[in-house]
Design a protein around this ligand. Structure first.
Ligand code: NAP
Length: 254
């Protein structure tokens, strides 16, 4: 599966799943724009991939203006966008009766509105036969108590995916969502620490409990998500669109 000649924008590419996707796409021959809010890791990773092939772009996807400025840099350097991966996201426990509403709104703003801004901006520069890949979650397919914001956002992004896929089908642009279960990244570790603290057990005990509910019994590696993203981005995936594909060790059958 090659991405020779293709240009990809990957949001949230300073670590975790986004970084794994950027590396895999780069190895497959794409030129990649790595986007995130903080510069240090982003710049280092882009430099390691080679200045001709990778560009670090500071961008806060919650802000339309920031997305516009970042997109101008990408177009200035690479001239087009063939593939957009809406991966940047935040999570967190948001009990419905919490005094603070800012976290709830921030999770929805980042995961949904951010993907909307980045997709809009990318599509202006996307030739026919392009790709939109949205990173949702298995929490877009089932609920978890205390996670109304994240479940709302990740379910919402599946709706966004389905409608946009039909809208862009005449241009042969495919739009799909990936729905990972537990992936071994900073987000998962901090989620496990929070939940464990909330129920008064250690993070290790919670991890064991969580994985006992996964039929295949293990965490997904970011590189496995990247491999699936590569399939969707490549020519091999040209007839897959409007889907929400789980990679979760069987924790949902939806
Ligand atoms: P992560 O390790 O926490 O990385 C998140 C990335 O998003 C970072 O690069 C972060 O960089 C960036 N980011 C956050 N807010 C941003 C904003 N406003 N603008 C631009 N960039 C922003 O998370 P991950 O585990 O790799 O998760 C990646 C995606 O997979 C997310 O959408 C997440 O919901 C989804 N997912 C993860 C899991 C899991 O178990 N890990 C499971 C299912 C789905 P900065 O902070 O520097 O901006």
């Amino acid at each position: 599966m090659t991405l020779d000649g293709r240009v990809a924008i990957i949001t949230g590419a300073s670590r975790g799943i986004g970084l794994a996707i950027a590396k895999r796409f780069r190895d497959a021959g794409a030129r990649v724009a790595l986007c995130a809010r903080s510069a240090e890791d982003l710049t280092q990773h882009a430099a390691a991939m080679g200045p001709d092939h990778a560009l670090a772009v500071l961008m806060d996807i919650r802000e339309r203006q920031s997305v516009g400025e970042g997109m101008r840099r990408v177009i200035g350097r690479f001239g087009k966008v063939d593939i957009v991966v809406n991966n940047a996201g935040i999570s967190g426990v948001t009990p419905i009766d919490a005094e603070d509403t800012a976290s709830w709104l921030d999770i929805v703003q980042t995961n949904i509105v951010g993907a909307y801004y980045v997709t809009r901006a990318s599509l202006k520069h996307m030739p026919d036969r392009g790709r939109v890949i949205n990173i949702s979650s298995v929490l877009g397919k089932f609920g978890v108590p205390g996670y109304t914001a994240y479940c709302t956002a990740k379910t919402g992004i599946i709706g966004f995916t389905r409608a946009l896929a039909l809208e862009l089908a005449p241009r042969k642009i495919t739009v799909n969502a990936l729905c990972p279960g537990w992936v071994a990244t900073e987000m998962a570790w901090s989620g496990m620490r929070d939940i464990a603290a909330g129920i008064g057990i250690s993070p290790e005990e919670f991890r064991e409990q969580a994985l006992s509910r996964v039929p295949l019994g293990e965490m997904v590696e970011p590189e496995e998500v990247a491999e699936l993203a590569l399939f969707l981005a490549s020519e091999a995936g040209k007839n897959v669109t409007a889907q929400a594909i789980s990679i979760c060790g069987g924790s949902t059958q939806a």
